[in-house]
Design a protein. Structure first.
Length: 279
């Protein structure tokens, strides 16, 4: 029901979305009649599929849905980044993503794109280029971000619980107060990332690189930190209770005020840290 209501709203405003796409992109790049024509044809086709062929009611595997999937994938990969971002915003806000349309963004270049406040759960963004992208307050719970480039991305307040971020590059990303509870960050790079007050409870950070990362007041309770590089990381007042830090490198880390109750960590590891008293 929610998907159908969103679709009805989305299709009704297709003309205004096309006008917005054109206006926004004329400000950042030379007019491209071919791209504008492709977008206009796409919107006209989607209107036809929804209004006359009942796109909102078809089942997976139906020819109508297959047509929508194919055309969406083609347009997404044929337009420039700015238009691409606005089209993804339309797909999310119209409810088409809830129908599985526009969810395969694998390897797509979205560098610098503004995707803030969008619901993109279950979307495949593996190996996508999201460097410098804006994803503030977005809902990406359950998204596939394996190997994605999120360096310098702004994810403040985003929901990334149980998200697959294995091998992703989040170096220097802004992740303050982000929800990464239960996320898989094994092998991820988070060098110099800002994770102040982030929720990393039950997250898997095994073999991740957090050298120089800021984790002040972050919740790392029950997190797995096997062989994690925490060299010079700031963990002041962080909650590491019941965390597993087997073979983690804490050289020069700041653990002042950190809670280590029932954590699996050796005194030798703690002594490697910067002088200061854990909580």
């Amino acid at each position: 029901m929610r998907a159908k209501r969103c679709l009805m709203w989305g299709i009704a405003i297709l003309p205004s979305w096309f006008t917005r796409l054109t206006r926004e992109n004329e400000q950042v790049m030379a007019p491209d009649d071919q791209q504008d024509a492709a977008l206009q044809a796409y919107f006209e086709m989607m209107s036809e599929l929804f209004l006359k062929q009942k796109l909102g009611e078809v089942k997976p595997g139906d020819d109508v849905r297959h047509t929508a999937l194919a055309h969406t994938a083609t347009v997404l990969r044929s337009v420039a980044v700015a238009r691409r971002a606005t089209l993804i915003r339309f797909l999310s806000q119209s409810g088409l993503v809830l129908l599985g349309i526009g969810t395969d963004l694998h390897t797509l270049n979205l560098s610098g794109a503004d995707l803030s406040h969008l619901t993109l759960g279950k979307v495949r963004l593996s190996e996508a280029n999201l460097s410098h992208a804006k994803l503030m307050s977005g809902d990406l719970r359950g998204a596939d971000l394996k190997g994605a480039n999120l360096s310098w991305a702004d994810l403040r307040g985003a929901k990334l619980g149980k998200t697959d971020l294995r091998g992703a590059d989040l170096s220097r990303a802004m992740l303050s107060r982000v929800n990464l509870s239960g996320a898989d960050l094994s092998g991820a790079t988070l060098k110099a990332a800002y994770l102040g007050e982030a929720d990393l409870s039950d997250a898997d950070l095994s073999w991740a690189d957090l050298r120089g990362a800021y984790l002040g007041a972050a919740d790392l309770s029950r997190a797995r930190l096997v062989s994690t590089k925490l060299i010079s990381a700031i963990l002041r007042a962080a909650n590491l209770s019941r965390a597993y830090l087997g073979a983690a490198d804490l050289s020069g880390a700041d653990l002042s005020g950190a809670a280590l109750r029932d954590a699996t960590v050796t005194q030798e590891q703690v002594h490697q840290a910067r002088p200061g008293k854990p909580g």
